[in-house]
Design a protein around this ligand. Structure first.
Ligand code: ZN
Length: 733
């Protein structure tokens, strides 16, 4: 009873801008978590944004950097109370662990009563009736229905109207309790492409209390949420913002952990905000203050490091997080853009471009247009495709660098804005190539024209449309970044690098064949929906190059990517990364992650370049292969050695292909869609067994002893299946 009084007192004080004291937060959280130790992760939940003055996390988990992310939050609003979860399954109480207990506590806390009348919408909560609570389902979310209950539990995945939101927040303000939840990142799919921050009326209404669902994802590796009464203060974004402001004004310095925690909370809270809600953004901008002309800019030659430039990195990290979410009107060119991705010429004409969009092709559609840093562009699409998940992206350098201890460029320099209305204005503080992003679900939409205004022309070569002669004109276009495209691959590189290229037709024909060869050998030709992409960047998020969409490479490798002649051609690293994009669990068990992609990559030397397929890497020369054979022969734990040394493991595949030809590898990868080989393997043990069984059957030899030699574990049942075939070992083993 005493705690309730303090919470109400605090409500009265909230106009003064005070945040809730930590003791009070812990006391309220302790009530909600009483008797709760652990609650399983249910489905694929997302983080809940928290920034209200009386709003705090109730259930969270640390990410890999130890930053706590909330999957559930509690808040007070007016005389009422709110509990919000990042997945609707948390509303049922039947998830196991202490889930039932958590829901009972939530009900009592939100209703502020021991025996509340509970209304349910879109929720089955048998655990509550079993625990002796009175529950009743109700129809529409409107005043007369809500007033029957002390607390309502609503699955807000599908309760989305603005009127429902208004009725609900009125009910809460007047003293009602609300428990809700949804999977925010899935809203785009469940709503036909709508944007959560813009189009979810109930989520928007909850923002009055400073909590909301976001469309972010998190908790990938997590199994369960461990309940803790003590959680970091800076999980509330407003707490974090005021601490940052105080630090700037000479107050106590934040520790790196507090800073990471605070920035994460701000980023999550910002992700929930629709463009017209500017309070939080303004607060962040005010906390950061003005940049000052002497703020250091990260460059390749003089990176910003964790140890030497902590303050500058903090500031820049906050700026980039905010810039990604700011309205176009508020954006000016960031000083760091001149270094990377580069300055667009001041005198380049600002033009209007029309771009044909084919919705059957998902992903980034190149436009041959560039947005200059800090300049507003306008994108117009047909009204009927507004708020259907289409977006405008500025910038191809989509890797973020927040986690790296050295920054050679600003940590986050691209942005993507939902095309929520027929005309959308946007801008990037860093500038970049302009793309129309097509969602996967749009595949049946009719082709349309997107009109882009106030952009700069960028060099774009399209195989089959342009030729080497027209390229001589195209490459003179003024934007600092250029692209070459075919229907299988699009490459992005600095325009100055592209201006050296005279044979784009030959080059892109080569790249087309590379992807086609990998599609074919891995049996993915019919799966392909969009071209692969490779983007050069001054610094990438991990490794020398990495796979994904786009594949990222260092700018130092851009000349190799665009050079194709009799002596020089793009080599191993590129095929390796494209190979990663072709890997599937069926043939890539644990330990083969950096191996099967190389096998697919080596096929390009054979099929595309028509060369000896063993010339690609110094680690697979005859001497190196022999050394790796000797190593595995003497290894105390063969499997451990195989799993941890990709080039040792690669020899296994090389020996198979040397004796049985590339056709055997092709048949093996194609076998997974051939019912004659039985069902696809599930899990690593089955995948290794199937590697033995399928390859043995394909080459009509018993490969059991060969697998033993290399130490690849397979079951005796798998060995028995191929026991009747003639045994095989390569020469010299
Ligand atoms: Zn790799």
């Amino acid at each position: 009873m005493k705690k309730v009084v303090s919470l109400l007192l605090l409500l009265a004080a909230s106009d003064a801008g005070a945040q809730m004291p930590v003791e009070l937060v812990n006391a309220e959280r302790a009530k909600i978590l009483q008797g709760v130790k652990s609650v399983p992760k249910l489905g694929a939940p997302g983080p809940v944004g928290i920034w209200g003055q009386i709003a705090f996390p109730i259930l969270s988990a640390p990410d890999k950097d130890g930053v706590e992310i909330a999957v559930g939050a509690a808040a007070a609003h007016g005389k009422g109370r709110i509990i919000l979860f990042g997945q609707n399954s948390y509303l049922s109480g039947n998830g196991g662990g202490d889930h039932a207990r958590l829901l009972e506590n939530c009900v009592k806390w939100a209703a502020n009563k021991e025996k509340p009348r509970i209304g349910l919408k879109g929720v089955k909560a048998e655990v509550l009736t079993q625990a002796g609570f009175k529950t009743e389902e109700f129809g529409t979310v409107e005043k007369k229905n809500l007033s029957d209950f002390d607390v309502v539990i609503i699955n807000i995945q599908s309760v989305v109207g603005a009127e429902e939101g208004a009725a609900l927040i009125d009910y809460i303000k007047g003293g009602g309790g609300f428990i809700g939840g949804m999977t925010g990142w899935a809203f785009g799919q469940t709503s036909g492409g709508k944007d959560l921050a813009l189009s979810h009326g109930v989520n928007q209404a909850l923002m009055n209390a400073g909590v909301a669902n976001t469309d972010m994802s998190a908790f990938d590796q997590l199994r369960a949420f461990e309940a803790r009464v003590e959680l970091p203060a800076f999980m509330n974004a407003s707490d974090a913002i005021s601490a940052i402001r105080k630090q700037r004004e000479g107050g106590p310095a934040l520790t790196p952990e507090q800073m990471r925690q605070g920035m994460n909370a701000i980023q999550i809270a910002m992700a929930a905000q629709p463009p017209e809600r500017s309070n939080l953004k303004n607060a962040v901008a005010a906390a950061l203050g003005n940049a000052g002309t002497d703020a250091p800019v990260p460059t390749a030659a003089a990176p910003l490091t964790d140890t030497q430039h902590a303050a500058a990195r903090l500031r820049l990290g906050m700026e980039t997080r905010m810039l990604r979410l700011m309205n176009a009107d508020g954006i000016k060119a960031h000083p760091a853009h001149a270094e990377f991705p580069g300055k667009a010429p001041q005198d380049a004409p600002r033009i209007r471009g029309e771009v044909a969009i084919i919705p059957a092709i998902p992903g980034w559609h190149s436009t041959g247009l560039y947005a200059a840093a800090g300049e507003i562009i306008t994108v117009v699409i047909p009204e009927k495709y507004a708020d259907k998940g289409y977006a405008v992206r500025i910038g191809c350098h989509s890797d973020t660098l927040y986690h790296l201890d050295k920054w050679q460029r600003a940590p986050d320099i691209t942005r993507s804005d939902t095309l929520a209305t027929a005309a959308t204005k946007t801008a990037s503080a860093f500038g970049g190539l302009i793309y129309i992003e097509v969602p996967g679900r749009a595949k049946d939409d009719e082709p349309f024209t997107a009109v882009i205004q106030d952009a700069i022309a960028a060099p774009l070569f399209v195989l089959g449309k342009d030729d080497d002669e027209t390229w001589k004109q195209l490459r003179q276009r003024p934007a600092p970044w250029a692209e070459m495209a075919c229907d299988r691959l699009i490459i992005s590189f600095p325009s100055e690098v592209g201006r050296q290229v005279n044979n784009p037709t030959e080059l892109m024909t080569f790249w087309k064949k590379v992807v086609e060869a990998q599609d074919d050998v891995s049996n993915q030709a019919s799966e392909r929906q969009r071209p692969e992409r490779i983007v050069a960047d001054v610094q990438i998020s991990a490794g020398y190059m990495h796979s994904g969409y786009p594949i990222m490479i260092p700018t130092s490798a851009a000349p190799e990517m665009v050079t194709f002649n009799r002596i020089k051609f793009p080599g191993w690293g590129f095929y390796h990364e494209i190979g990663h994009n072709h890997q599937r669990r069926t043939f890539t068990f644990d330990g083969a992650g950096e191996v099967t992609n190389n096998v697919i990559g080596m096929y390009c030397y054979q099929e595309v370049l028509k060369k000896d397929w063993l010339i690609g890497h110094t680690a697979i020369t005859p001497d190196q292969r022999q050394a790796n054979i000797t190593k595995i022969k003497h290894a105390s734990d063969k499997w451990q050695t195989w799993k941890s040394e990709p080039f040792t493991a690669l020899v296994t595949y090389i020996q198979l292909i040397q004796d049985f030809g590339w056709e055997s590898w092709r048949k093996y990868l194609h076998s997974f869609s051939d019912p004659a080989f039985g069902p696809e393997p599930k899990g690593d043990d089955e995948a290794r067994d199937q590697f033995l069984i399928r390859y043995s059957k394909i080459v009509n030899r018993n490969l059991g002893s060969f697998f033993d030699f290399w130490g690849i574990p397979v079951s005796s049942a798998a060995k028995a299946q191929v026991a009747s075939l003639d045994p095989w070992m390569p020469k010299g083993l």
